[in-house]
Design a protein around this ligand. Structure first.
Ligand code: FES
Length: 165
């Protein structure tokens, strides 16, 4: 993922041509994982439209995100089978525990919470996926326990990166 100030993407698209707006946003997101706020103005300047138009388009489509992903991306399945088995309660528990709503990332950037449609594991509903690892048959209690496990793992990883004094 590139984090420098000026992307290759700007060289790929002609200046002053608004018809490339969506393509540019897609490429920038692919490159950086999300659309940073300052990128909106830069795109607007490049294609020659007001920044409000760039925001308008970017917020209209669900595919665009404005925050980087956390280290752990939690996807709560909201398909029918999971819904019937209580996935809404799992979602609200996770929202409360993490202090974010679905679609958001925690301030420490450790967790991103998302909802998804059926992820194909209905037999173990309700299911959540954490970085593509499935956890089924969850209750509000067990999802809290699971979150504690991931928190501990995150803390351990962070500690391992700290310089040894
Ligand atoms: S509805 Fe959740 S896995 Fe199918």
């Amino acid at each position: 993922m590139q984090t420098n100030t000026h992307s290759e993407v700007y060289r790929r698209y002609p200046k002053g041509d608004p018809s490339w707006l969506i393509d540019m946003l897609q490429d920038l997101q692919e490159e950086r994982g999300y659309l940073a706020e300052e990128e909106m103005q830069r795109v607007a300047d490049h294609i020659g439209v007001p920044v409000s138009r760039v925001y308008g388009v970017a917020t209209f489509y669900n595919q665009f995100r404005f925050q980087p992903f956390g280290d752990y991306v939690i996807k709560v399945c909201r398909g029918t089978a999971c819904h019937v088995k209580g996935s809404f309660d799992l979602l609200t528990t996770l929202e409360t525990e993490l202090g974010v709503k679905a679609g958001e990332t925690t301030r420490d950037r450790v967790f991103t919470l998302e909802t998804v449609a059926c992820i194909g594991a209905c037999s173990i509903a309700p299911v959540i996926a954490v970085n593509e690892q499935f956890h089924g048959g969850l209750t509000t209690k067990s999802v809290q326990k699971l979150l504690r496990t991931y928190r501990a793992q995150a803390t351990k990883k962070e500690a391992a990166h700290e310089p040894v004094s």
